[in-house]
Design a protein around this ligand. Structure first.
Ligand SMILES: NC(=O)C1=CN([C@@H]2O[C@H](COP(=O)(O)OP(=O)(O)OC[C@H]3O[C@@H](n4cnc5c(N)ncnc54)[C@H](OP(=O)(O)O)[C@@H]3O)[C@@H](O)[C@H]2O)C=CC1
Ligand SMILES: O=C1O[C@H](COP(=O)(O)O)[C@@H](O)[C@H](O)[C@H]1O
Length: 492
């Protein structure tokens, strides 16, 4: 339910001295103000343990915005809305002092008792914070209270369920906003529009016309300074369980009867329920995992994953995963959804490629050449837009065809000023629109699908392939598609 178009609220950021707050949250709030999505009736309270003053906090916020934005104006006025309140979140009595501050700011900024608690901290604190907020009365106001939970939401299904129970003891499902920042990306949100508002695509969007769908999210970056977290996560939990499965759900869902949060979620849930479960013994038939070794990209030498900080010498953690998903319903029976994601690959690229089936008869058989399949390419990042691969007549040769790419990206004019994913998601949360956040049912089903895969890998039931940093992943991932007579389409 959308509560306010021009929302007012106090936003409490737990973990305000951390990396996510600095790189994403402060600049996003700044853009919301610049774009007049929120007015002057807001305040931000930062929580961390560092003994900073308000001035130190504001100067950190200011730096973050200057780093993130080409141009920044009115920074002093903007940062005057930021307040810092240091405490250890495991200390229950500190929440009472925080409440006093929030009540005070509520009066100063006329925020009508509306509060967002944004948990930008390690997941082991999520349950404790949620429960203290409730027990110490911070959710008991005249306005609304919402809690935003960062990923990872659990480590597997049992841990996610436990965490969910802890949060649900303090907040109702409709107050919980589980972030999947891919759902805030402009072109991910465009999947529904491209599908459901074009007569050209929707009639073809099924197993009669589509041969396979490929979803790639490749990164050039390595594990950076997140080795400790990543060692316990790997690409399967870090990217596939959440972002990749969410994109598959949007691609495969039935048209919702209305564009409401519940109807869309309910269709996504049906897709996740229809995902063919893979048993531990079948994992290597459907999934490939890989780890980057040293390599080269753009003449730069890159170290291997095992040489990164906080990574074990014999680490078995996958930095790459590719898989074949089957969706057992009438629409998708027999259509493989190939997905792959990895770090230290040749290019940063997130793309969805829909390959249509061949036409029934090839009239353009000269020289034994095949007619190229039609492709619909949804470019999510770094380029945004849509590309169509069609066949046209080969120059000067009446009996032959050639594939041509029609790039429709320049028509996505809004793309020139695309809001950051976090900017949209914070705004949605302020307005009470949870459509682009994940419901517990989606999280639970995703973990149930992923758990046997990670268990098989932990038990060593499938090998760990390697790939040189700067490449497009291990050859075993190519073989996965070759077995079906398919290949990965280029993504950069
Ligand atoms: N960074 C990123 O790009 C992304 C991060 N995330 C998720 O966001 C969350 C935060 O990540 P990130 O910002 O990178 O983490 P950081 O390690 O950079 O920051 C952790 C924050 O938690 C605070 N903190 C830790 N312990 C306590 C405590 N006992 N009491 C009060 N504050 C505490 C720290 O404050 P202090 O040191 O002052 O105590 C710091 O502000 C994680 O769940 C992560 O998985 C998700 C996607 C991307
Ligand atoms: O959630 C995560 O996403 C990023 C990739 O996000 P993108 O928007 O740059 O595609 C990934 O680097 C990180 O490991 C993961 O936690």
């Amino acid at each position: 339910m959308i509560t306010q178009e021009h929302p007012k609220a106090v936003i409490v950021i737990f973990g305000a001295t951390g990396d996510l707050a600095k790189r994403k949250l402060f600049p996003s709030i700044y853009r919301l103000v610049q774009n007049e999505k929120i007015g002057n009736d807001f305040a931000v309270v930062g929580v961390g343990r560092r003994p900073w003053t308000n001035d130190e906090f504001r100067s950190n916020v200011s730096d973050s915005i200057q780093t993130a934005m080409k141009e920044s104006k009115n920074l002093d006025n903007f940062t005057s809305h930021f307040h810092y309140h240091p405490f250890d979140v495991t200390n229950p009595s500190s929440y009472l002092e925080l409440n006093t501050l929030l009540n005070e700011l509520d009066g100063t900024y006329q925020t009508e008792g509306n509060r967002i608690f944004f948990l930008a901290m390690a997941p082991e604190f999520f349950g404790t914070i949620a429960q203290n907020l409730k027990i110490q009365g911070l959710t008991d106001t005249n306005g609304w209270s919402r809690i935003v939970i960062e990923k990872p939401f659990g480590h597997d299904h049992p841990s996610a369920q436990k965490l969910n129970q802890e949060i649900r003891e303090a907040f109702n499902e409709d107050q919980i906003y589980r972030i999947d920042h891919y759902l805030g990306k402009e072109m991910v949100q465009n999947i529904e529009v491209i599908r459901f508002s074009n007569a050209l695509f929707e009639p073809l969007w099924n197993n009669r016309y589509i041969a396979n769908i490929q979803v790639t999210s490749s990164e050039v970056l390595g594990v950076e300074d997140r080795g400790r977290y990543y060692e316990n996560s790997g690409a399967l939990r870090d990217m596939l369980q959440n972002h990749m499965l969410q994109m598959v759900a949007l691609l495969a869902m039935e048209p919702p009867i209305k564009l409401t949060t519940n109807e869309i979620r309910s269709e996504k849930v049906k897709v996740l329920r229809a995902l063919r479960a893979i048993s531990e013994d079948e994992v290597s038939d459907y999934f490939v995992r890989g780890q980057y070794t040293s390599g080269q990209l753009d003449e730069q030498q890159l170290i291997g994953y095992r040489e990164e900080n906080n990574v074990a010498d014999e680490s078995q953690t996958e930095t790459y995963v590719a898989g074949k998903l089957l969706i057992d319903n009438f629409r998708w029976a027999g259509v493989p959804f190939y997905i792959r994601t990895g770090k230290r690959m040749a290019a940063k690229s997130t793309k969805i490629i829909v390959q249509f089936k061949d036409i029934p008869m090839n009239l353009y058989y000269k020289k034994g050449e095949q007619v190229a399949p039609n492709l619909l390419i949804i470019n999510i990042q770094p380029d945004e837009g849509v590309t169509l691969q069609l066949n046209v007549k080969k120059d000067g040769d009446a009996g032959d065809s050639k594939p041509v790419k029609f790039d429709l990206s320049s028509n996505f004019l809004d793309g020139l000023n695309t809001p950051e994913a976090y900017e949209k998601l914070i705004y949605d949360c302020l307005r009470g629109d949870a459509t682009n956040f994940t419901h517990w049912d989606e999280v639970a089903l995703s973990w149930k699908f992923v758990d046997p895969i990670s268990q098989a890998w932990t038990k060593g039931k499938a090998g760990l392939a390697t790939y040189p940093a700067g490449s497009m992943g291990p050859k075993e991932a190519d073989e996965l598609l070759e077995e079906d007579g398919n290949e990965w389409w280029p993504v950069y």
